[in-house]
Design a protein around this ligand. Structure first.
Ligand code: TAP
Length: 455
């Protein structure tokens, strides 16, 4: 079957901006064969040289930050300020993991009658499957540590947002990363993605996306005992206690859920507010929501862009029961897949708005009485990815953080992702961790060698 082209559309104005190749399963298999051949030499590149190549890749990305950001604004509708952060994040991730290449060693373990040494060896070609919501950073959280460990990479971007991945592939070559060490294969999840999962030469899949697809990938990978890292959905809580700095908590709550138009696995889409300060908080929160600038994402002033596609906007809309809306922000009229920041109240935790990941600019607000109830509500979810706790009592902040079943929590902040700290989810939010100092280890086999001193 020969490949065809698919249209890439700007979600802010619905114009066609490019056409990209839809690779077939056969073409994907050939890319995997090339990745396997490249692995044989990439794993032998001396550590200092591999580190230098990753540093070079980082610097090349850094010198193209504005170009990459502009592509992302046009392809994904991200605000220009976010897109610049995202491109810089790729450069930061590569720089950080370039430093790990020469530190990634095994150890000598004391044993009787000999010497025991462990070696860390790269596992082989790795498949990285990325969603459309943060195409650049999420890809780099996989390919940065994988390349550092000595693995080769086949990267599949989401079909709707392939453009920055394609450009990163070109920049890798420009930076001197040898041909076929880092390949980008565009096309659909069912053709390209599933071929990567099923091909035995791919030794690990790093998948970020929905829990439904993640669970299918884990089942398929199990037949080959293939490793998987899964970064999946979220329904995180933003918990506001009565001793919090209410001005800061209310001013920051909109960006914690409406950033990237709510298309963020870490979005704090369940706001939990202590009942004693509910009215005071909601007054400030409403003012902040109505002040969110939803506009052309290429403008420096833009704080929120459109949703990714018309069908995704329909999905978000289908969740919103207008009779439950407390208030809304504004959004431009079409063209473009715009949807206003929307605040929902008066629902029970059994309601689907409280339970399901909407992946749009919609937040539910629920009152709680005390610490125990706040923790119970936060944990009343199949997901466990992120969350925030606002309080001036650090002891309470830590107690609640320890009580909430979630991989990444922040106290008096909405920070979720730093390249130097581990990131991942509890429960249906995922399996394994990305980023942080240990990420390259997850791309290595550990080999143990015993040398007898008795002969
Ligand atoms: P998915 O539909 O799961 O798609 C994610 C990626 O998987 C896309 O590249 C998709 O390809 C591909 N894919 C689809 N079916 C596949 C299959 N059978 N085999 C292999 N690959 C397949 O998710 P999405 O709608 O793009 O992204 C939204 C979801 O991602 C949300 O649930 C969100 O929470 C989650 N997410 C999680 C995180 C972290 S870090 N936990 C970060 C971002 C997003 P095509 O789309 O090209 O067909």
């Amino acid at each position: 079957m020969s490949s065809s082209l698919f249209d890439v559309v700007n979600p802010s104005n619905e114009s066609q901006i490019s056409q990209v190749v839809r690779n077939t399963p056969e073409q994907t298999s050939r890319a995997i064969e090339r990745s396997t051949s490249a692995f044989a030499s990439w794993k032998l590149v001396p550590p200092s040289q591999r580190a230098a190549l990753l540093r070079n890749f980082s610097e090349t990305v850094r010198s193209h930050v504005k170009e990459l950001a502009d592509i992302e604004v046009a392809n994904s509708g991200h605000t220009i300020s976010n897109a610049i952060w995202e491109a810089n994040n790729v450069a930061d991730v590569l720089a950080y993991y370039s430093g790990s290449v020469e530190r990634l060693g095994g150890r000598e373990i004391p044993v009787a009658q000999g010497i025991d040494i462990t070696f860390k060896e790269p596992i082989g070609p790795v498949g990285i499957i990325v969603p459309w919501n943060f195409p650049m950073p999420i890809a780099s959280w996989g390919f940065g540590p994988a390349l550092a460990a000595g693995c080769t990479v086949v990267l599949k971007p989401a079909e709707v947002t392939p453009l920055t991945a394609i450009r990163l592939g070109e920049l890798a070559l420009e930076a001197g990363i040898p041909e076929d060490v880092f390949q980008v294969v565009t096309g659909s999840g069912s053709d390209v993605g599933e071929t990567m999962v099923l091909d035995r030469a791919i030794r690990k899949i790093v998948f970020t996306g929905s829990s439904a697809v993640g669970s299918r990938i884990q089942r398929l990978a199990a037949d080959q005992i293939k490793r998987v890292t899964l970064e999946l959905g979220g329904k995180s809580a933003n918990i506001i206690f009565d001793d919090a700095d209410l001005d800061k908590a209310a001013a920051s709550a909109p960006s914690s859920v409406f950033d990237n138009a709510g298309q963020d696995c870490c979005a704090r889409s369940r706001l939990l507010v202590q009942e004693s300060i509910y009215d005071k908080f909601m007054e400030r929160f409403e003012e902040a929501v109505k002040g969110v600038r939803v506009e052309d994402p290429s403008l420096e002033t833009s704080q929120m862009g459109p949703l990714i596609t018309a069908s995704h906007r329909e999905s978000v809309r289908s969740y919103v029961d207008e009779s439950l809306v407390l208030f809304k922000g504004s959004a431009p009229e079409g063209p473009g897949f715009w949807y206003p920041p929307t605040v929902i109240g008066g629902i029970d935790p059994s309601h689907r708005l409280f339970r399901e990941e909407i992946f749009g600019p919609v937040v539910t607000v629920t009152k709680f009485k005390d610490e125990q109830e706040a923790i119970a509500l936060a944990n009343d979810s199949d997901y466990g990815l992120s969350g925030s706790i606002w309080t001036s009592n650090l002891g309470r902040g830590l107690r609640v953080a320890r009580g909430v079943q979630s991989g990444n929590l922040s106290v008096n902040s909405h920070s979720s992702v730093r390249y130097s700290t581990p990131f991942g989810g509890y429960k249906m939010s995922g399996l394994g961790r990305e980023l942080g100092p240990d990420a390259p280890d997850s791309f290595c086999e550990v080999k143990n060698v015993f040398i007898s001193t008795e002969i």
